[in-house]
Design a protein around this ligand. Structure first.
Ligand code: PGA
Length: 246
């Protein structure tokens, strides 16, 4: 079964109204219609309005980087899936390693966030990945398998996306080799419904994207640093087979 590709930018906590305007316009001008690759940008909450306005009528989908597991209520500082839907979000990242490590999100909480997104009709991009220590201890499959299973146990997977993001490759400039990534993707593939897209994330750049994306079980990328540089992000889209015009 041929899976369409997805290249999603994870802006993390970067941006300003002026910088976003230039970046969003450059990405949407490049266009991503056809070629079997879809493009999305996951922006910080305060910029959802700006991004939804600027991306209206373009082929670039909007996403967020986190979501509350609760539907509504007295949860100061939280943002619900219904609110994200209100801004036209099609995707939301859940369980990013920075959320797990810096904000203590547990597998159970990630599964609840995944469920909240699915209930609202937003496709979760579920991040899984091992630390360097876990990899060196030969525990990669155990760790990513546990992270994925926690979600599978309580959720219907639907149109959700998985992102394999080895923690040691994120923001380090040290990407997993295509073979290392492919091995984990194949492991994950066996556990998710047919047709599920599995993205690779962790220092994906124009220079390594084509080789990673050539692997049979790598269906796209979740791009951090390189998604903030229009030319780099567009080059990765191009490597994913998107029809881009520059
Ligand atoms: P990076 O981040 O591309 O900057 O390594 C990827 C991510 O954390 O999603």
């Amino acid at each position: 079964m041929k899976r369409s590709r997805l290249v999603a930018g994870n802006w993390k906590m970067h941006g300003s109204r002026a910088a976003n305007a230039a970046l969003l316009d450059a990405i949407s001008r490049a266009g991503t219609v056809g070629g079997g690759a879809e493009c999305a940008v996951c922006v910080p909450y305060p910029y959802l309005q700006q991004a939804s306005e600027r991306l209206a009528g373009t082929a670039v989908a909007l996403g967020a980087q986190n979501v509350s597991e609760h539907a509504q209520g007295a949860y100061t500082g939280e943002v619900s899936a219904a609110m994200l839907l209100d801004f036209g979000c099609r995707y939301v990242i859940v369980g990013h390693s920075e959320r797990r490590q810096l904000y203590g999100e547990s597998d159970g909480q990630v599964a609840a966030k995944f469920a909240a997104a699915r209930k609202a009709g937003i496709a979760p991009i579920l991040c899984v990945g091992e630390t360097l220590q876990e990899r060196e201890a030969g525990r990669t499959e155990e760790v990513v398998g546990r992270q994925l299973q926690a979600v599978l146990d309580v959720n219907d997977f639907g149109n959700a996306v998985v992102a394999y993001e080895p923690v040691w490759a994120i923001g380090t400039g040290r990407n997993a080799t295509p073979e290392q990534a492919q091995a984990v993707h194949a492991f994950l593939r066996a556990k998710v419904p047919q047709g599920t897209r599995i993205l690779y994330g962790g220092s994906m750049k124009p220079a390594n994207a084509a080789k990673l994306l050539a692997m049979p079980d790598i269906d796209g990328g979740l791009i951090g640093g390189a998604s903030l540089v229009a030319d780099d992000f567009i080059a990765i889209l191009h490597a994913a087979g998107a029809k881009v015009t520059t």
